[in-house]
Design a protein around this ligand. Structure first.
Ligand code: AHM
Ligand code: MG
Length: 337
């Protein structure tokens, strides 16, 4: 599809539906509603202290993490925006214990929406980029009442995925399986405008992203990879590497999408029974699909993340994603260990 200048998200989605018949109208509506919710979250984030939205909410989520006010606000915005439109059967969120079926007073649709309403919570109060991550599945046929089991589908089953990063610009990144596109929020017009048509992640990179403070807890293959990067031109890689760690997955993934790199949040020895820190359904699956759609790769160190069969809604996973050749190298180190 070729694009003249100044294409709004609405127009982009209508064209996708109309000329290529790539998305049904219900899915188009869903994506528009999610984008509208992101716009509203972006405004709340922007107000910061002036809007009284910073700081802790003094409550815990199902994972025992302290919730920030903005975690709760963003979660409510997404639910209120999506519950009445008739396109969804249910929602699931990193910030809610159980699934949220669409209330009986509204028509039920055939899609399931999953989200991390505000990713990078530790960055909220320090004015560093944060974001919303979302994933869309289809409710399996049969069974009138929607259940938690309906959500337990592998990432390969996603019909749409995206994120919105609230940074110096508010940028919405989206895939429906036809590559990855990005829209920038034009605050004067109040609409998302297409600003990047197809991302292509370079296969090689000289930049890695990992929280180095956990180094002593890592497994051997991760230690080996990072150690080889740190040796620079004198080591086996024969080149120098740069490091970045924003501690907001949305911002780290957005950088990788834009200029390449590799992102890791691996399993470590601190809590051996925990597969990783990041959540499979709300973070790893949507980001993995976006990365693959842009020519990158994503594994849990051993297997392709999109092939993993989830067993729990709030399941965690190890994540290695980004430039293809680096992800393959790290995965080979794990498989050989
Ligand atoms: P959150 O969903 O509670 O915000 O946690 C996920 C975030 C990711 O965005 C980021 O990659 C990671 O946690 C940072 O973790 P750490 O603070 O351990 O470096
Ligand atoms: Mg998160």
């Amino acid at each position: 599809m070729s694009h003249p200048k100044n294409i709004s998200l609405t127009r982009y989605l209508i064209e996708l539906q109309r000329s290529d018949n790539l998305i049904p109208s219900e899915l188009r509506l869903l994506l528009e509603v999610v984008a509208r919710a992101c716009k509203s979250i972006s405004h709340a984030v922007n107000k910061g202290a002036l809007g009284g939205v910073l700081g802790s909410a003094e409550s815990e989520n199902v994972q025992g993490e302290i919730q920030k006010k903005l975690d709760i606000i963003a979660n409510e915005v997404l639910i209120e925006a999506n519950e009445w439109g008739g396109h969804l059967a249910a929602m699931a969120s990193e910030e809610m214990d159980d699934i949220y079926p669409v209330p009986n007073r509204y028509p039920q649709g055939e899609y399931l929406l999953l989200f991390d309403p505000l990713d990078g919570s530790s960055n909220i109060d320090v004015n560093v980029s944060i974001g919303t991550i979302f994933s869309v599945l289809k409710k399996p046929e049969g069974g009138a009442l929607v259940s938690k089991e309906d959500f337990l589908q592998s990432g390969a089953q996603q019909v749409a995925a995206g994120y919105c990063v609230y940074g110096p610009q508010t940028t919405l990144v989206l895939t429906v399986g036809q590559g990855v596109v990005a829209f920038t929020l034009d605050r004067e017009q109040g609409s998302f405008v297409l600003t990047q048509n197809q991302f292509k992640i370079p296969e090689d990179t000289q930049e890695f992203a990992i929280n180095m403070s956990n180094m002593r807890h890592w497994d051997e293959p991760v230690k080996r990879y990072v150690d080889e990067c740190l040796q620079g031109t004198e080591g086996p890689r024969g080149k120098n590497f740069n490091m970045r760690w924003i501690a907001s997955m949305v911002a780290d993934v957005h950088r990788i999408l834009t200029r390449g790199g590799v992102f890791m949040y691996p399993w470590d020895r601190r809590e051996p029974n925990k597969a990783g820190k990041l959540r499979l359904m709300y973070e790893a699956n949507p980001m993995s699909w976006i990365i693959e759609q842009a020519g990158g790769a994503s594994t849990n160190g051993r297997e392709r993340i999109l092939d993993l069969q989830p067993t729990q809604l709030h399941e965690r996973v190890s994540v290695v994603l980004g430039s293809k050749n680096e992800v393959e190298r790290i995965t080979a180190y794990h498989r050989g260990a």
